[in-house]
Design a protein. Structure first.
Lengths: 60, 386
């Protein structure tokens, strides 16, 4: 475990922050446009990938 | 810890929260720089926070000055600390300051702290402070005190009704008497273009947490080269036992300016601010759209000037929603519950007479939804909708 895991941790947090902003822009109904759905998916994919990296690095 | 999620779950029209909502980059900065002295990893000579190059705080201060059309800027913990620094530098005990009767209360406190005298400029029948009224107040102050005021503090938009006041007229009046002007841009800097030099003012103060998508407390104090010599003067004091001196620390800033996550979040939001001020007209259009829909409800009134020139608006529902509240078992809270059930928050709980709200930063569809909600609630409670 080292820099790679720490970088991945921030990548995940930042990606989820981007998703948070989408929640804000679409409140209260959260009916996402096609573009917003794409952005949300990208954010989640980035977060998942980062979490995978951390799991591998920590040998969990 | 209780999570605050009202921005994610609701349309929040709370009047002073709207333009302080963080950008994504500011949120990320908060995550990364939350530790106390996080920006001080590379605090090298001359050991002053606004001179730090990594992260690029020094560069940010240049950019911030440019953003408000001034020569020099410092970050401060809120606009009020900007007023305090200027008043403390220019006003001695017994000196007077001219400010609006609708000026922010912290301006009065800054004057009080310096031992100064406040001379208020009254508003006219339309709720506006005119340049002529500023000139008359200066004359009155001169006669009363036997000397000219040391400063004019002028709120471009006031905090009660967010009416636009005659800043150009005020500057013209002050300059005729040779009095410096502090522009209070707590409700402008960060949401609409502000060019201090073009306005002819000596000091520009803005609020980070109110209008610059930044965390509290944060703000900016910017000035001209001349103003900087007074307000950003460096320390001269020397310890009489130790002989200690304190380098280039600035007296009014008490050494170092805004620290940690707050300064980095301000830095992170600046590119967005530069872009969003270009779209101020669209924000005002949204504000007027809402107001026009709101006025379709019989009895609804707008206290602020109309058409709106700002997104913050004071409204009066004494003859509409408050009449329902008088007979409703939940009193004024019926309105809060109706809004809450539609995912709208930010109006003072239980208020049905007079309250402030802001549409700033809402998308067009959110503004439409908000307006429809007011009309829908009115219809549900048998108020006439025109």
């Amino acid at each position: 475990m080292g820099k790679k895991s720490v970088d991945a941790l921030f990548d995940a947090l930042y990606a989820l922050t981007d998703l948070r902003v989408i929640f804000r822009k679409t409140a209260p109904k959260h009916e996402l446009s096609a573009g917003q759905k794409k952005e949300a998916k990208e954010s989640l994919d980035t977060a998942k990938k980062a979490i995978d990296t951390i799991e591998k690095e920590l040998k969990l | 810890m209780e999570t605050r999620s009202r921005e994610e779950l609701y349309i929040n029209v709370q009047p002073i929260q709207a333009a302080g909502r963080l950008t994504a980059d500011a949120m990320k900065a908060m995550i990364s720089y939350g530790d106390g002295y996080s920006v001080c990893d590379f605090c090298l000579k001359p050991f002053r926070l606004d001179k730090i190059k990594k992260p690029a705080i020094e560069e940010f201060h240049f950019e911030l000055a440019k953003f408000v059309g001034m020569d020099e800027a410092r970050t401060v913990p809120g606009a009020r600390r900007g007023f305090q620094a200027v008043v403390s530098s220019l006003v001695n005990k017994g000196d007077s300051v001219v400010l609006q009767a609708v000026g922010h209360y912290t301006e009065f406190l800054a004057i009080e702290q310096a031992g100064g005298i406040a001379h208020e400029v009254p508003i006219n029948t339309s709720g506006i402070t005119t340049g002529d009224a500023v000139a008359q107040t200066i004359e009155k102050a001169r006669k009363k005190d036997g000397k000219l005021p040391k400063l004019v503090i002028f709120d471009h938009f006031d905090y009660t009704n967010a009416n636009e006041h005659d800043i150009k007229g005020a500057v013209k009046a002050a300059k005729e008497f040779g009095i410096p002007v502090l522009y209070n841009g707590a409700y402008t800097v960060g949401i609409k273009p502000v060019d201090g030099k073009a306005l002819g003012v000596d000091f520009v103060v803005g609020s980070g947490h109110k209008s610059m998508a930044s965390p509290a407390p944060s703000g900016v104090l910017a000035t001209t080269k001349e103003g900087a010599k007074k307000v950003f003067r460096t320390t001269k004091i020397e310890g009489d036992v130790s002989g200690r001196k304190f380098g280039i620390k600035e007296v009014e800033m008490l050494g170092c300016t805004l620290m940690g996550a707050n300064i980095v979040a301000m830095m992170a939001s600046l590119p967005t601010l530069r872009e969003r001020v270009k779209h101020w007209d669209a924000e005002v259009k949204n504000s007027n759209y809402f107001v026009n829909e709101f006025l379709r409800v019989d009895g609804n009134k707008v206290v602020s000037e109309c058409p709106r020139k700002h997104c913050l608006t004071k409204v009066d529902c004494t003859e509409s929603f408050d009449k329902i509240a008088q007979k409703h078992k939940d009193h004024g809270y019926f309105f809060t519950h109706e809004l809450d059930s539609r995912g709208i928050t930010g109006i003072f709980p239980g208020a049905t007479r007079s309250f402030k709200m802001s549409t700033y930063g809402l998308t067009e569809s959110q503004v439409k939804y908000l307006a429809e909600a007011f009309v829908e609630i009115a219809r549900k409670h048998s108020l006439e909708v025109h």
